[in-house]
Design a protein. Structure first.
Length: 255
């Protein structure tokens, strides 16, 4: 895939104080190779590749106190326009639009519940080059205590239309853009699976061939199994943390 339609999640990257550790952990887990940006100003920003195609990135945190986190980037034709819409809809512009060399233009925002997300206006870098295969991004999901507020916010910002689906024990929302379902949303699970202090956030799912084997391997490599593998209508999923605490999920897609 050479480009992703505007309004669709197109890229994910990890902000971590331990880039060297990330370059060890994730290639061992997902079979990735890495390509480090040569520019000194890029501070070691790393593009992870699966079979030679870009699937994700990793770089240093924006501030020394930033917790390690995987970010969701939504493709846009106009990062400045999105910035205006975010502010008007009650969100925060955390990082105003800026150019990333000749690669693209990005900005970082928070929705009214505090979930952080980014946008990517592509130039040389179009985003991920493959999706929905083992080792590539497969799904992006907003976990929020305020689903009703999120429905208003993301429709104003991206034109997403919420569609509620049955998913016991909570109501699951699919985000529709035109003919495509582009992302999902659910409230935090009312169980011990997730920490009580976890704020609203965007979860990133990577496809794997075997969720159980991946969870076991993540633990062997120094990560943590936050939610053990379980079956869902979309596939078998698990929530994991890397050795520095960054949360991510994996999904073994059916058939």
């Amino acid at each position: 895939m050479s480009s992703v339609p505007s309004g669709t999640p197109c890229w994910t990257d990890l902000a971590t104080p331990d880039l060297a550790g990330a370059r060890r952990f994730y290639p061992e887990l997902f079979g990735w190779t890495d390509r480090v940006a040569p520019q000194p100003e890029a501070a070691g920003y790393t593009t992870f590749l699966r079979d030679g195609r870009a699937v994700a990135g990793a770089g240093p945190p924006a501030t020394p106190d930033q917790v390690p986190i995987w970010s969701t980037y939504v493709a846009t034709d106009d990062a400045g326009l999105v910035s205006t819409r975010v502010a008007e809809a009650g969100g925060q512009v955390l990082v105003a639009p800026f150019d990333v060399f000749d690669q693209g233009r990005m900005a970082v925002f928070a929705d009214p519940a505090g979930a952080v997300f980014s946008v990517w206006q592509p130039m040389a870098h179009r985003g991920a080059e493959v999706f929905n295969v083992p080792g590539a991004m497969s799904w992006n999901e907003l976990i929020t205590p305020d689903p009703e507020g999120a429905k208003v916010f993301y429709e104003l910002v991206f034109g997403w239309h919420p569609e509620e689906q049955s998913a016991e024990p909570v109501t699951y929302t699919a985000w529709r853009l035109g003919e495509r379902i582009v992302a999902g949303m659910m409230p935090p699970l009312l169980a011990d699976d997730f920490p009580d202090d976890l704020p609203a956030y965007w979860a990133v799912y990577f496809a794997v061939a075997d969720a159980d084997a991946t969870a076991t391997r993540a633990a062997e490599l120094g990560g943590t199994v936050l939610v053990p593998p379980r079956d869902t209508s979309q596939g078998r999923v698990a929530a994991l943390r890397d050795p520095r605490g960054a949360l991510f999920s994996v999904i073994a897609l059916p058939g």
